[in-house]
Design a protein around this ligand. Structure first.
Ligand SMILES: NC(=O)c1ccc[n+]([C@@H]2O[C@H](COP(=O)([O-])OP(=O)(O)OC[C@H]3O[C@@H](n4cnc5c(N)ncnc54)[C@H](OP(=O)(O)O)[C@@H]3O)[C@@H](O)[C@H]2O)c1
Length: 341
């Protein structure tokens, strides 16, 4: 039996209505035996964590401390699964710890083999962001549910975030007029000057209703790509044109335990025959190959731009970095790389 030193983040109970803070997490360092793998199980070394805001959903709300199952890129150290041989690089559930025994069939079913997909001209972290679940979510949701039409106007909230950056650029490539909002002037400038958004505003310093009404102009809005799930919806409902669509993809405000929001003007949905649709990527992974074939060359050539953060840090800093992410301190995908890759 070999013992392995494993640092692991534990999260304690975070009551409903309370935003997570530093006191909810601690790191333990354990000497653990390497696991005897049963059929289909794998043992991985976690390389780069992908700090997705919705990890909040997986923080414990029970009474006991527990591990946090996030996402990330890992290397297979031992395997009893033909799909993921020893040495393979995989994308999928990544517990906030150095080494993980992946045994839960529900988690194993989410693991994706990256070996044949990785383009060596790109950093591995790209597969957490624009070429990972985030990029795929945007590409697939716009394709299957967005029904984008040239000449239409789309508004994207949290536009400088990982999904927002990609959504704006893909919509622009299809000939739409693109409006975005973000929480700093620097992010707003990035949207307009580097990503080619037609209009953008700072939702923290400007009145969102006035700014969005002005940005939409007489043409109004045709699509609201909602990544925040807050009262911005009420403004969009008023500005959307007949037969407009709201694609509800993210709920950033909920991850911070903000009070749930209910708009008072839902009647717009009836009068303007709007479509309001939720989208979860987990039901739609069947087109990943097509996504990589189409999007990888655009990322390699720089036609699709992306901003990401790669922090080379100890595993004990992951929780703290997640809290900074939710405060808007970064732009784009936040990666925590805990070892050399
Ligand atoms: N439906 C799906 O299948 C699916 C798949 C992947 C991700 N998602 C969800 O999509 C959303 C966006 O993900 P992401 O990866 O793009 O996030 P991200 O890049 O990590 O976004 C973080 C940014 O969100 C902004 N933000 C935080 N709280 C906000 C609030 N209350 N209102 C407005 N902006 C806020 C902050 O920027 P500012 O400075 O602009 O405030 C922050 O920098 C998340 O809710 C994520 O869980 C859904």
């Amino acid at each position: 039996m070999t013992l392995i030193k494993n640092s692991r983040v534990l999260a304690s109970q975070i009551p409903e209505g309370v935003a997570p803070n530093k006191t909810h997490f601690r790191t333990v360092v354990l000497n653990e035996p390497t696991p005897q793998l049963k059929e289909n199980e794998i043992f991985v070394k976690n390389l780069i964590f992908n700090l997705d805001p919705y990890i909040r959903r997986d923080f414990p709300d029970g009474k006991t401390e527990s591990t946090v199952v996030g996402f990330g890129i890992s290397k297979v150290l031992d395997s009893n699964n033909v799909q993921f041989p020893i040495g393979a690089i995989v994308l999928g559930p990544a517990t906030w710890e150095e080494y993980t025994h992946l045994a839960d069939p529900n988690l194993l079913k989410e693991v994706i083999l990256l070996d044949k997909v990785i383009d060596s001209r790109l950093p591995l972290s790209t597969y957490n962001g624009i070429l990972g679940g985030s990029g795929y979510t945007v590409w697939e949701s716009l394709k299957s549910t967005g029904n984008l039409k040239k000449g239409e106007t789309i508004y994207i909230s949290s536009a400088a975030g990982t999904l927002g950056q990609i959504a704006g650029q893909l919509a622009k490539r299809q000939g739409l007029r693109v409006i975005g909002s973000a929480g700093t002037d620097e992010k707003v400038a990035f949207l307009k000057n580097e990503l080619g958004f037609d209009a953008a505003f700072n939702y923290k310093t400007q009145d969102p209703r006035t700014a969005l009404t002005e940005a939409a102009g007489p043409a109004g809005l045709d699509i609201y790509y909602d990544l925040v799930g807050d009262n911005t919806l009420e403004i969009a409902l008023d500005l959307l044109n007949p037969k407009g669509r709201i694609l509800f993809v993210g709920a950033l405000s909920r991850h911070q335990n903000r009070e749930p929001f209910a708009p008072k003007n839902l009647i717009n949905i009836l009068f303007k025959q709007l479509r309001y649709e939720g989208y979860e990527v987990f039901d739609h992974y069947e087109h990943l190959g097509e996504f990589w074939n189409e999007i990888t060359p655009l990322v390699v050539s720089g036609e699709l731009k992306y901003k990401e953060v790669v922090l080379k840090q100890d595993v004990s800093t992951v929780a703290e970095t997640y809290l900074k992410l939710m405060n808007g301190e970064f732009a784009g995908k936040v990666n925590v790389q805990i070892t050399d890759v």
